[in-house]
Structures are given as C-alpha cells and as structure tokens.
Design a protein around this ligand. Structure first.
Ligand code: PLP
Length: 384
C-alpha cells in the first residue's frame, strides 16, 4: 500500500500524459512554452480567478506574492506555526517577520479570532494556511485585513480544488498560492506551483518577478527570481486536469468513508470540516495519544503513515526567535498527536479497510499498554 498512490494515477492517465510530454519534446519550447499559457487559462477557468501565474513551486509562489506586495524589511506577516516551514520561511526570506497565531483545536487551521490582537503598525499581511485541504476562516480573516488595510495571502498549497462558501480555494483573498508538488491534490512530476489574484497590477508584478523582474526582454524594472514553471510540468498538469474533478469526487468519497469507519473509535479523534466548506484531503489526518507507538504498530502491519507536522514552527531552531505573545499552546499539543493516513484518489476500499483495522488494533494495544504501565507504576518507581 502506498501513502500517496502516484503509480496508479499514472497508469490510468498514461496515454494522455505521454502524448502531452511528447508534444513538448517535439516543439522544444521548454521554457514558457504554449502549455504554460494553456495551463494558466485552464486554471483561471477552474478557479474563477482573473489571473493565474504559474511558478516553479509552492514555495516560490509565496515568495513572489510577498515580493509583488513589496513587503519591506521588518514588516510583519501574521501566520500559523502549524504548517510546513515554507510558509514562515518565505516571510523571513522576503525580509519580513512572521508573527505566529495559534490554531483552532478541531480544524488545526489558524484561529481567526486571535489574529486582531497581533496586529501592530508594522503588520503588512496575513498568511493563513488551508491545512490538510480545508480552507481557513477566510471571511473572518479578510474582515480583520480590511479593518487594518492588510493584504491576505492564502497558502493554498494543500487545498487546490477545495470549496469555501461556493468559491474555490485560491480566489478568496489578495493572493492565493498553491503547490503542484507530486503528492499535493493536483501534482506534477517535479516542482511546480501557481499564484492567483484578481488584481491586474499585482498579477503583472508577479509575472515580472517570475522572470527576474523583467518587464521586457533584458528590461529589469524590479528585483525578481528565476521562478517559472517549466513547460514539461505544465504538460503533465494539463493531462492530470482532465480527470481532476473525478479525483476530487474520489477524495471526498474516501474522506467521507474514513469519517464513517473511524466515528466512535475510542482513542482516535478526527479533524473537523466546517459545514460551509469541504476538504480535498491533501492529508487525511487523525489525532491519537502515544503517536509513536501507534505509528510503529501501523508500520508493523504494513500501513504507511506520516506526521504533518511534528513540531510547530515556533519550536523549530530557525524560527524560535519569532515566538511572540501568542503562546500557541494548541499547536504544541496537536503537533504531538496528529497522524496522517494513506489518502489518494486511487486508494481502494480494501486498502482503506486495512488501514482502519490496523489503526483500531494499534490504539487498542497502546491503550492496554498504558493501563498495564499504570498498574506496574509503583514497582517500577522503586527501582529508579
Ligand atoms: C507543500 C507546501 C508548501 C510548499 O510547496 P512546494 O511546492 O513544495 O514548494 C508550502 N506551504 C504548505 C502548507 C505546503 O503544504
């Protein structure tokens, strides 16, 4: 069983992907070739965004968004510590300071009600993360941003295709930034990403920054990066887009089935998905106590699992200096308990049943061991 089954996906799409790649090899326009433009148009239609700018990765999308907003040295960007490092990393790399705000315990997304308390005269933007495939509370976040004149960048690396109050993730704020890393909901065969915005000026800035700040050939009007999506990756994405709606339906069905099968299983808590939005389940994540033991038992049963993420960023050596006045205790607590289970559009019901059975057995064993340890505790204490 695979944690993310990319081989089954390729097998299903092989003729289309191979043909698309062959077309690129035939025309030879490897950088900003016709597939890049075709993909940007397709993604614009899919999301409903006015502009799509494809870029080299999700990380690069975040950086380019911050550069397009002209973030100044020392300006603050409010974000969550419960995310992949790239979120805070790009804030620092762009010259800013991440300000960490704690998460909601049930969704693990940023707690929008705690954001306003962290706004200062130096605050420039809010960067929520739509974690595990569920959009954060964008209406509440946008309202805080509007009151204080801030930009909002949705880190939508895990939520491409998700729906929030009838609109797609990526079109809900100043910028939406997504990733096409192979294991993300829409993945290519290498690194890739995209930026979305409805703002013409910001779109133009992002396009220029993507190619070394050029407004014309060798006319460098601003500081930029080498941040293009290559044509071969665009070709792969175009082929994969053809069955993406089907994949989203499969992810929703598999997620709903996990919800049913795990409901009432003592020792396993599920991530809440709010009624006005869905999750594309970039990860299907649960929470357990004594995670290391549960994970070891799953591994022994041949079930792969992963942890997203074991340490919140305010506990990471590179970002501890940005720990602020929000103690982020919920992030600390949940980081010790989250466990992601196998999830992909091609996960079979038989494999999913095996995952659930192995997890049920693992939590039973761990609970029994905890009871055993408690009853033995007095005698072991003596030997210390
Ligand atoms: C994957 C991810 C990124 C980075 O995307 P890459 O394409 O790998 O650079 C950023 N933020 C979050 C939340 C992610 O999950």
């Amino acid at each position: 069983m695979q944690f993310t089954d990319l081989k089954a996906q390729y097998a299903a799409l092989k003729p289309r992907i191979d043909a698309r790649i062959q077309q690129v090899l035939d025309h030879g326009q490897y950088i900003l070739g016709p597939e890049v433009k075709e993909l940007e148009e397709a993604l614009t239609r899919f999301t409903g965004s006015r502009h799509c700018i494809t870029v080299a990765s999700g990380t690069e999308a975040l950086l380019i968004a911050l550069m397009a907003l002209d973030l100044k040295a020392g300006e603050e960007v409010i974000t969550t510590p419960f995310t992949f490092a790239a979120t805070a990393e790009m804030i620092v790399l762009a010259g800013g300071r991440p300000v960490f705000v704690d998460i909601e315990p049930d969704t693990c997304n940023i707690d929008a009600s705690r954001i306003e308390a962290q706004v200062t005269p130096r605050t420039r933007a809010i960067m929520p993360v739509s974690l595990y495939g569920q959009v954060a509370d964008m209406d509440e976040i946008n309202a805080v941003a509007a009151r204080h004149g801030l930009a909002v960048i949705e880190d939508a690396a895990q939520s491409f295709g998700a729906v929030y109050k009838g609109q797609r993730s990526c079109v809900l704020s100043t910028f939406g930034a997504t990733s096409f890393f192979p294991s993300k909901p829409l993945g290519c065969y290498g690194d890739g990403g995209a930026l979305f915005t409805d703002d013409d000026k910001l779109a133009q800035a992002a396009r220029e920054i993507r190619v070394h700040g050029q407004s014309g050939r060798y006319v460098h009007t601003r500081l930029g990066v080498g941040g293009r999506l290559d044509t071969l990756q665009a070709a792969v994405l175009l082929a994969k887009l053809e069955r993406f709606e089907w994949e989203l339906e499969r992810r929703a069905a598999i997620g709903a089935r996990y919800e049913r099968l795990l409901a009432g299983l003592a020792g396993v808590q599920r991530i809440a998905v709010r009624g006005d939005r869905n999750s594309v389940y970039a990860q299907y994540t649960v929470k357990v106590d004594d995670r290391a033991a549960v994970q070891a038992a799953l591994q022994a049963a041949g079930v792969p699992s992963a942890v997203h993420y074991p340490k919140p960023l305010h506990r990471q050596p590179a970002y501890a200096q940005y720990a602020g006045s929000d103690p982020c205790t919920v992030s600390d607590r949940e980081a010790a308990r989250v466990l992601s289970l196998p999830m992909s559009a091609d996960l079979s019901e038989a494999d999913q049943d095996r995952v659930v059975q192995a997890l049920a057995a693992a939590v039973r064993t761990v609970a029994a061991a905890a009871v055993g340890a408690a009853t033995r505790a007095p005698s072991t204490a003596v030997t210390h």
